[in-house]
Design a protein around this ligand. Sequence first.
Ligand code: TMP
Length: 215
Amino acid sequence: MRLPVDKPLFITFEGMDGSGKTTQMHRLAARLRSMGRTVLETAEPGGPPIAMKIRRILLDAANQELSPVAEILLYFASRAQNVDEWISPALSRGEIVLSDRFTDSSLVYQGGGRNLGADAVAALERIACRGLKPDLTLLVDVDAESSLARARARNAAAPHCETRLDDESIEFHRAVWHAYHALAAAEPKRVKIVDGRTDIDTIERAVWQIVSAYV
Ligand code: TMP
């Protein structure tokens, strides 16, 4: 099947660390490309080189003193750069954009986990994204305990310094999980939950069942 070439579509993947959302995003990108679509893949924090520099500050385990307000501003600084340099131009060209995390992550981690609240996130979203919202968000769902166990196993297998958030308490990760579910309940048309506890191929089929209705 060949898809029409110029219908822009913005799909985000959300979920706890270690949920497998990144693997699923790459698989979806490959499938869409094999159908003839041009796909931009990006990941937050990050994307363009300037946003990747901001990512290094945000995730560096050495930066324990980073204040919650500075943290949320940096996430949105990275997002603004990603929107302006990569996402909006790609959508204007009629491409499909897939993003591993977007504003919903700030809502659940900073708004929920850090208790900064939804209003602060909405205010920064207005400045950084100027109305750009995902057409569809796939929430790859695993519980907080599994998430933390997977993330820590991954960090132990391949030691690296991007662990500042993984070092947070289980209570923080539970608050994030609850915030994700509150979001899915509040926006059921946009945010679709996919069970992340099954195997990769089963999750991929569940993702495609949802996405195929949009392309
Ligand atoms: P990643 O492991 O999916 O690359 O995400 C990096 C970490 O950053 C992850 O623990 C979630 C966190 N994060 C936020 O706290 N707020 C945000 O807005 C984004 C995009 C990520």
